[in-house]
Design a protein around this ligand. Structure first.
Ligand code: ADP
Ligand code: MG
Length: 655
């Protein structure tokens, strides 16, 4: 294991080495009394000055009881006890006071190196931070710029082997992109001129010129890094437990130590024995050293941090340890259909223009100057694609793809997208509506009900029924497996909510083995359905909603855990969700649950182990069996083991 330390960490290391050498040297120096004390103060201050300062500041700010305070009291106490002993002609054990401080610092150094190392592991796992952006100079040579300084609209060059630093559109070139750092999947994506690229992908084959559409800070890479780095802000219950625990625990042990130092000697005096002060004070100080809760305080956040980091490397972004924790308790999983369980890539299977539409087209071409008439079906698809030109809905994308030609956006205006219905727009002067039966009813258009299998997009032009386009979606290969994996992981109920027709919904649900389906829902109805399920489930059980972020932001935020899928390049989804699956593989949810369980198991192991060892040591310390040395070894040892255990969270078997 190679360890490179920061300057600060190195400084602590040097202090540890110097103090250790001084202690050894002083051991052999034959001086006595106050001079001995004064000499031991040198290594004591070298190793402990910052702890003493922090303890003093804590007291000044009224936040007395923390681990710095514990260490300061224990070591100052030990030193004073040494002076007391020396004054009585005994040998004061100053070395113990210094050693406690020394080992405490060794422990602190170890933990800060471990945290630093796992932080670095995470960023290395998520190797997406671009270092530079290439700008082309007049003479054709490339200049490397800080991505932060690149303004939107600038054309940058990405060579094969380089990371795309900023989101943008390809203006020249075609290539294959490796998205594995973002999605955890190594399926390359082909990209050509006119297509959007997201930052963080690696360009594999060809040279690309990209016009940036965002600033660096707004690009996918920055958003993802922010999200991972800030995920520590949202604390899990276990972390909050530790904070609360420390609030009562630390003062409790301080008073306990005080009692241990005072009550037995007083009792001795009352019973007419010698008070034996120094014996009880040393026990009390040992008690204080043992009770320091550092192992817990550090290992729990570190475990969650590791779990979140390991998940990011699999393309699963978790926005806080509270969500990672909640995942383990997920018993209800609610899916959106389109784009989540199905591919959301619709094939046009039938185009059926109405008689009225054929007449409309015939009239239009008769009056037009240029008589370049196309078949009515093609014209219908064209109207649909134009009306949908501004929409991001999977249906709209599929219609645009099926149309396959450049869309002249200047001919489209007054676009209105009605969630769960469809769109209306003014296309070349005609009022076009494209959507489902609900939309036709809403507009009062007398449409002909279609019973074919698939999703029907009805069209109306200027209020008359213009025909329909039948499209069909296919279920993702992994969906059935994902539903089964969730069931196996202890999920009680899987539900699908969709705005699509009942026939399509039931067909999909049967293929996947879902427990419940609700169809023909508007976005608002989906919220109601999720709320009903939230009422149904037990208090400790959690409900996760998985959607693609299109039309379902309200449900994403209403669920206990909102999971957005296929989020690569979708800002809306990244923002609305608590957990973001970068690619669109529904199996990732089951993987996320496994990561969460493992992480929580490690957290509990650490809590039980650390508290268990503490309890035993405290008892032994109070009974006078365990001395200062054992106390400090136990403390540092528990911490090291707990941290090593916590680091295991980072390692994830992806399959
Ligand atoms: P899902 O619940 O399957 O994700 P949505 O709530 O996004 O579906 O949409 C529900 C239904 O509304 C779709 O099946 C479709 O019939 C209609 N719809 C929504 N948006 C559009 C659109 N842009 N064009 C055509 N139809 C749409
Ligand atoms: Mg949807």
């Amino acid at each position: 294991m190679d360890i490179d330390m920061t300057k600060k960490q190195k400084k602590v290391l040097y202090r540890i080495i110097i103090a250790a050498i001084l202690i050894v040297v002083l051991y052999f120096v034959p001086v006595e009394g106050y001079l001995r004390f004064a000499l031991y103060l040198i290594p004591y201050f070298i190793i402990g000055y910052d702890i003493l300062r922090k303890a003093a500041l804590g007291i000044a700010h009224g936040e007395v009881f923390d681990e710095n305070f514990l260490m300061a009291v224990a070591t100052v106490g030990a030193m004073l006890l040494g002076v007391y002993n020396e004054s009585r002609g005994l040998e004061g054990e100053f070395a113990e006071g210094v050693a406690v401080m020394l080992f405490y610092q060794v422990g602190e150094l170890f933990q800060s190196v471990a945290v630093g190392k796992s932080r670095k592991n995470i960023t290395a796992l998520m190797d997406i931070r671009p270092d530079y952006a290439n700008m082309e100079k007049e003479d054709g040579s490339l200049e490397q710029m800080d991505p932060e300084d690149v303004e939107p609209g600038t054309v940058i060059v990405v060579q094969p082997g380089e990371k795309v630093p900023i989101d943008g559109v390809v203006v020249e070139g075609s290539s294959t992109l490796n998205t594995s750092a973002l999605t955890g999947e190594s399926v390359p994506r082909d990209i050509k001129t006119g297509e959007e690229v997201v930052s963080g992908c690696v360009n594999i084959t060809g040279l690309l010129r990209i016009r940036t559409t965002k600033e660096f800070g707004e690009s996918t890479v920055s958003k993802i890094l922010d999200l991972v780095e800030n995920s520590g802000m949202k604390k899990s219950k276990s972390e909050n437990f530790i904070t609360k625990f420390a609030r009562y625990y630390t003062p409790a042990v301080c008073y306990g130590a005080l009692a241990l130092a005072v009550i037995p000697p007083l009792a001795n005096l009352l019973m007419g024995n010698a008070a034996n002060w120094s014996n009880w004070v040393i026990r009390a100080l040992t008690f204080l050293v043992i009770s320091c809760p550092c192992a817990l305080v550090i290992s729990i956040p570190l475990s969650f941090f590791g779990g979140i980091g390991g998940a990011s490397a699999c393309g699963i972004l978790v926005k806080g340890s509270n969500y990672l924790e909640a995942l383990a308790q997920t018993k209800y999983v609610v899916f959106d259909k389109t784009g989540t369980l199905t591919k959301g890539v619709f094939q046009v299977t039938e185009i059926q223009p109405s008689k009225a539409f054929e007449n409309y087209i015939a009239e239009k071409t008769a009056t037009a100057e240029e008589t370049e008439s196309e078949p009515a079906g093609r014209e219908l698809l064209k109207y649909a694609a134009y009306a949908e030109s501004y929409s991001n809905h999977p249906i709209s994308k599929s219609l645009k793809d099926a149309f396959g030609q450049e869309i002249d956006m200047t001919k489209v205006s007054e676009v209105e997208e009605i969630g769960g219905h469809g769109v209306t727009a003014l296309v070349d002067g005609a009022k076009v509506a494209a959507g489902n039966a609900k939309l036709m009813k809403k507009l009062g258009v007398p449409y002909e009900e279609n019973t074919g299998v698939g999703t029907v997009v009805y069209l109306a032009i200027n209020g008359f029924y213009a025909g329909y386009i039948l499209i069909s979606d296919v279920v993702k290969e992994q969906s059935a497996q994902a539903v089964a994996a969730l069931k196996a992981a202890g999920v009680k109920k899987t539900v699908m909510l969709t705005g699509d027709s009942d026939a399509v919904a039931r067909h999909v649900a049967e293929q996947l083995g879902l427990d419940e389906v609700k169809s023909e829902l508007l976005p608002g109805d989906k919220v109601d359905a999720v709320e009903a399920l939230l009422d149904e489930k037990g208090a400790k059980e959690k409900l996760a909603f998985v959607g693609d972020g299109i039309n379902d932001a309200p449900v994403l935020s209403r669920a206990d855990i909102g999971v957005a899928m296929g989020a690569l390049g979708s800002d809306a989804a990244i923002e609305a969700a608590d957990i973001v699956l970068m690619d669109d593989n529904p199996m990732k949810l089951a993987l996320a649950m496994r990561i969460s369980r493992k992480c929580l198991r490690i957290v509990y192991e650490n809590i039980v182990f650390a508290l268990g060892v503490k309890a035993i040591c405290l008892l032994l310390g109070a009974l006078g069996i365990a001395g200062m040395w054992l106390a400090i070894f136990a403390d540092v040892g528990v911490m090291v083991l707990a941290v090593l255990n916590a680091v295991r969270c980072l390692k994830i078997k992806s399959k």
